[in-house]
Design a protein around this ligand. Structure first.
Ligand code: NDP
Ligand code: HSE
Length: 436
């Protein structure tokens, strides 16, 4: 059979790793795909840079259209990132009749509906395993492995940079900015690292997971996102003392009132496996009706770990080249005409438990005022922790864990507490999930 010809856009962390894996494991890969897979062209901005990979035998260009307009190329690997040029290139590749493999979650999350529709029209495939949780084959697991189930909820650590920073802060007492710099040097972070630390990247990935789990359209505007920039070493320490880990979680849950789509720091009981996922590792816990809970773990970012997912997609596409789109696994798991616009629950209607940290004046009656506000909002307190302080200290941290409550009621309680003369500054609030 004729070899499958690949054109690579981008030779950075992921592109470089992909070239290396495709070359190093060429024999094993072609035994799996049933034909040889060769990279014939690639593009990058600056061809004078030292590369991670050996580009011998590959025609290089600074103009990505040289790659997508080459009539010999069957599959384009979009490994540039961003959403403007990447979208243009992917749509042009589709118009040219080429299949596309991408690691670009921003692109799939924000423009996937349009890209998949364009691809279906001309019978080409768009594969995006590397877009979520790096090397973990989570798209394949949900889209194919769990296709007999109704999925109840997904909770995942799906940003390697964020998990790396939180772990370094907890284990080595490192400063946030210092740990972020290392994540960037290791090639984990996005070109704009705000995406990692403000929860945007995890939000993109969560939206993709929710879409293939529940058969809903991609709709990033309905994902609640909160990052890790406000997490302090103090909160990490209090959480640890109370038996919890703080992890940045993406949660998608189907409830009787609607679908929850939210990304935020979360306290998780230390006894849960997912609470012990550290560094750049990611994990996704999927709860489905027939199988129950399943957990997927692996490197969430990095050159060859991500390349592993890109190459797996290349093999899948090579195997399915001769199939009509109707006989392939649908892009978003559900058949195109079965995607349903289900109600997304606004964040203030979501129900969770909470960890709260308040700075409170050490005087009689202060705690009673706070518990009175909680009672007014129907919020039950699970635990209270106040450390003894030196005599001269009159403002003390008060840590409270609450039972599950509706976010709107918690917002009202926090606003009332912040108005008390005995409370100084803002209340720190971190959501808590037992994941049972
Ligand atoms: P890098 O910045 O390391 O690489 C980007 C590559 O694209 C570089 O080779 C760059 O060229 C090239 N490029 C950028 N702009 C242009 C342009 N205008 N024309 C031609 N080439 C261009 O990014 P990553 O490899 O880290 O990320 C690539 C994609 O993979 C992103 O979508 C990212 O979100 C995703 N991803 C990244 C992971 C990771 O661990 N890093 C993991 C999973 C997904 P040059 O080298 O000359 O500058
Ligand atoms: N910046 C991303 C992360 C890359 O740190 O998880 C993998 O998608």
């Amino acid at each position: 059979m004729k070899p499958v010809k690949i054109g690579v856009l981008g030779l950075g962390t992921v592109g470089g790793g992909t070239v290396n894996v495709l070359k190093r494991n060429a024999k094993e890969i072609s035994r799996r795909a049933g034909r040889e897979i060769i990279i014939t062209r690639a593009s990058a901005r600056d061809l004078t840079l030292d590369r991670l990979c050996d580009t011998q035998g590959i025609t290089l260009s600074t103009y990505p259209y040289d790659v997508i307009n080459d009539p010999e190329i069957d599959i384009i690997l979009e490994l540039i990132g961003g959403t403007d040029l990447a979208k243009e290139l992917v749509l042009q590749a589709i118009a040219n009749g080429k299949h596309v493999v991408t690691a670009n979650k921003a692109l799939i999350c924000l423009h996937g509906n349009e890209i998949f529709a364009a691809a279906n029209k001309v019978n080409v495939m768009i594969a995006y395993e590397a877009a979520v949780a790096g090397g973990i084959p989570i798209i394949k697991a949900i889209r194919e492995g769990l296709s007999g189930n109704q999925i109840n909820w997904i909770a995942g650590i799906i940003n390697g940079t964020g998990n790396f920073i939180l772990t370094e802060m907890r284990d080595k007492g490192r400063e946030f900015a210092d740990a972020l710099r290392e994540a960037q040097a290791l090639g984990y972070a996005e070109a704009n690292p705000t995406f990692d630390v403000e929860g945007i990247d995890a939000g993109h990935k969560l939206m993709i997971l929710a879409s293939i789990a529940f058969g809903i359209p991609l709709q990033f505007e309905n994902v609640y996102t909160e990052g890790i920039t406000k997490i302090t070493r103090e909160d990490i320490e209090y959480a640890t003392n109370l038996g919890y880990s703080i992890k940045h979680l993406g949660i998608a849950r189907k409830t009787s009132k609607g679908i929850e789509l939210r990304v935020h720091p979360t306290l998780i009981p230390q006894r849960r496996l997912i609470a012990n996922v550290d560094g750049v590792m990611n994990a996704v816990l999927v709860h489905a009706d027939a199988v129950g809970p399943t957990l997927y773990y692996g490197a969430g970012a990095g050159s060859e770990a991500t390349a592993s997912a890109v190459v797996a997609d290349v093999v899948d596409v090579a195997r399915a080249l001769t199939l009509h789109s109707k006989n392939r696994v649908p892009h978003l798991a559900f058949q195109e005409d079965a995607i349903a616009d289900l109600h997304i629950l606004p964040q203030d209607e979501v129900e969770t438990a909470y960890y709260l940290r308040l700075m409170v004046e050490d005087k009689p009656g202060a705690l009673a005022q706070i518990t009175h506000i909680f009672a007014e909002q129907n919020i039950s307190i699970e635990a209270v922790l106040q450390k003894e302080a030196p005599e001269e200290q009159t403002i003390l941290p008060l840590i409270m864990l609450t039972q599950k409550t509706i976010e709107r009621e918690m917002n009202a309680a926090i606003a009332a507490i912040e108005n008390l003369s005995s409370v100084t500054g803002q209340v720190t609030r971190i959501r808590l999930e037992t994941l049972g």
